[in-house]
Design a protein around this ligand. Structure first.
Ligand SMILES: *Cc1c(COP(=O)(O)O)cnc(C)c1O
Length: 354
């Protein structure tokens, strides 16, 4: 039996934000899904009008960052909205939970909750091309206790947010700063979990890069040698005719978009390698004229072409940044999101039904 969800609908639906002016994460839907965990199992699953949540100032999420989230999208469908690969996001949510000593959510219950919430907020799914309803499951430790151990109480909640294209209406090639001082995550750390703490670790370097005119940073590993990610995206390079992306170490986030891109590339018979790639190798490939393109992948931005990498004094340019593979992937993903019906891979899951 999946969650028996109590639904309290809003009596004051909010005005819809103007199309074309959505940005990322500026507007929120009318409802929240919530569930509590105390000791054993999830209780009181409910959908309520969107609003603040009460939290004790000593809560472990606030004191020790026992907090994590997911990010997935819903797109318009013929009959009802479609969620993109929700099961994979749920499995990753539970993997993050295990790493952070937090309780898992049974897959079937979680999917049921996501569908129910998106059904309630269906009118918030934007219909313009490239836009989507971003769905943000979050879990926080809520027990008021200052001793250092896992919280004994948790809140699971899911909010929705209509979003436009992350980097603007027409994605511009990214200029990225290769960060050689800070690291986002180290081996043995929590880099593979979608923890808010990983994001704050990267903020100082991100801000420094933005002040210097870059969009984001490229993260290297703890030895400042191998490339790991691009901001909050996974990263790909095309060297000659081979597409290379770093392998899934525990300092990297296993992106659903990364997985989707790899699957499409393999279907297209493009040679792909998941292997360590050093920033020196990237620079050398560029010097030989073999670095054809680079791009980032993530739910928010989908596929983002990279136009330039600044590594110390060295500027690595990637033509006009509109690489052939990145472009083909971007178009394939946009076509999929715009198709309005479940696909043959089973990636688009209707929110109708239980
Ligand atoms: C969420 C995230 C990604 C992208 O994952 P998707 O599932 O493709 O959205 C990549 N890197 C980091 C650090 C992330 O947090």
């Amino acid at each position: 039996m999946p969650f028996d969800i109590q639904v309290t609908r809003t009596r004051e639906p909010k005005p819809r934000p103007p199309a074309g002016d959505l940005g990322f994460g500026r507007f929120y839907g009318d409802h929240l899904f919530l569930a509590d965990h105390e000791g054993r199992g999830w209780k009181n699953p409910r959908i309520v009008p969107y609003g603040p949540i009460p939290l004790d100032p000593a809560a472990s999420a606030l004191q020790y960052a026992q907090a994590m989230f997911e990010g997935m999208k819903a797109v318009p469908g013929e009959r009802c909205p479609l969620l993109f690969r929700p099961q994979m996001h749920i499995r990753r949510f539970n993997a993050s939970a295990r790493r952070l000593c937090m309780p898992e959510v049974p897959e079937e219950d979680f999917l049921h909750a996501l569908r129910a919430l998106v059904r309630e907020d269906a009118s918030w799914v934007p219909t313009e091309p490239g836009a989507s309803l971003y769905v943000r499951p979050t879990m926080i430790g809520t027990e008021a206790f200052l001793g250092v151990r896992p919280s004994q109480k948790y809140l699971l909640y899911v909010l929705t947010s209509p979003v436009g294209n992350y980097f603007g209406p027409r994605p511009t090639p990214l200029r990225l700063w290769v960060e050689t001082e800070h690291v986002r995550a180290a081996r043995g750390g929590i880099g593979a979990a979608k923890a808010g703490a990983n994001y704050v670790a990267g903020m100082a370097a991100g801000e420094r890069a933005k002040k210097a005119g870059f969009h984001q940073v490229v993260w290297l590993d703890q030895n400042h040698r191998n490339v790991e990610e691009a901001g909050t995206m996974n990263i790909f390079f095309r060297i000659g005719d081979t597409v290379v992306t770093p392998p899934l170490e525990d300092s990297l986030l296993a992106g659903v978009t990364r997985d989707s891109a790899l699957q499409l590339l393999r279907e297209w018979k493009v040679t792909v390698q998941e292997r360590a790639v050093s920033i020196a190798e990237v620079a050398e490939a560029s010097a030989r004229g073999e670095l054809k393109e680079a791009f980032g992948t993530g739910t928010a931005a989908t596929i983002s072409a990279i136009g330039e990498l600044q590594w110390g004094e060295k500027t690595i340019r990637l033509g006009d940044g509109r690489g052939e593979i990145a472009d083909r992937l971007y178009r394939a993903m946009m076509e999929l999101f715009g198709s309005r019906r479940p696909d043959r891979r089973g990636w688009l899951v209707p929110v109708d039904g239980s």
